[in-house]
Design a protein around this ligand. Sequence first.
Ligand SMILES: Nc1nc2c(ncn2[C@@H]2O[C@H](COP(=O)(O)OP(=O)(O)OP(=O)(O)O)[C@@H](O)[C@H]2O)c(=O)[nH]1
Ligand SMILES: [Mg+2]
Length: 363
Amino acid sequence: MIELQDNKKEKVLIVGLVRNSDEKGTELYELEELESLAKTAGSIPIEKIIQVKDKPDSAYFIGKGKAQSLRSIDVDILLFNEPLSPAQIVNLEELTGKKVLDRYDIILDIFAQHAKTKASKIEVELAQLSFRLTRLIGRGKELSRLGGGIGTRGPGEKKLEVDRRKIRKRLDYLKKELNKIERTRRIQRSHRDGMFTVSILGYTNSGKTTLLNALTHAGAEVDDQLFVTLDPLTRIGVTKRGNKFLLTDTMGFIRGIPTQLMASFRSTLEEAITADLRLILVDASSERYKEELEETSLVMEGLEIQSEYNIMVYNKIDMVYDSVILSHLQKQNPNAIFISAKEKKGLDSLLERIDDYKERIRY
Ligand SMILES: Nc1nc2c(ncn2[C@@H]2O[C@H](COP(=O)(O)OP(=O)(O)OP(=O)(O)O)[C@@H](O)[C@H]2O)c(=O)[nH]1
Ligand SMILES: [Mg+2]
């Protein structure tokens, strides 16, 4: 949790923009998600506003008049749902006198807070610096505001004053370090030769770690927050037929994840990508499960994950109170498995399916 020097959390106004008012409903969902990201980052979201504008303003994004009206609102941060250009950020900060952040900043910020191991710290710093570099290219000169986050922290934050050349040098160093870690990970994986590997992929907060714990007694951290897990965790599970398998849980996905972040977390995700079988976890109780699944599919496409060895798993069915929704989902996805990782329901069918795949792949 971030606390400023005076022990006060920063207050945030969340700002969305839609091209026409029909899109307001969808935008509101996205702003609610952004709100939970802001909370996870340790700030206090105060209010959400949606501006309707057929084309974003190139200088002030939401328009100069609207931006000016935000000056008097008692918040420290304006958090925008869409990525802003370096010029828009500078203009908005000057006009409103507040710190301006966007969805990318906040996701990077949370990752910075949650990175615990050497590997994920390097991956986050790599993402932060390459993100800053792309912003700098559009802007030149100093990095002064570009370290902005909620509070000021993260593996990359102390490098704020260095110039582009130094950033590039640091990036080279980090890439080398990451290569070393990747080599070690590859060696570790090769020692697992012969073990059947299964990974869990899905949107953040879909219950991946809860499922890992339920199937392997891993005792890993579970929380109703976004991006609790960043480092992959692998544990041994045993099916009812006595087949052993390695189960890996890893970072989740979210809409609008910065590409630099995906790129630098590739080695972390490799574990999941190269597994013999992947469980694609969906929170069936989420009102936005379709969009969350879509986003997961997009990320998987980007990572070039083949779908042949994927099993769709709908989780949190204990929270789906409308049986019509469940039977609709079942009809639409006859091969999917329905579980409650928390209440340990449906796990036997899942384990059985793992057995089937294992026997199909290996024999
Ligand atoms: N009701 C219900 N809640 C669940 C179920 N599975 C997980 N949860 C809850 O959902 C929240 C997120 O669970 P996690 O296991 O941390 O989710 P995750 O996918 O690992 O999340 P990140 O690591 O943050 O991406 C927690 O509050 C869990 O207790 C379930 O089957 N039913
Ligand atoms: Mg997790």
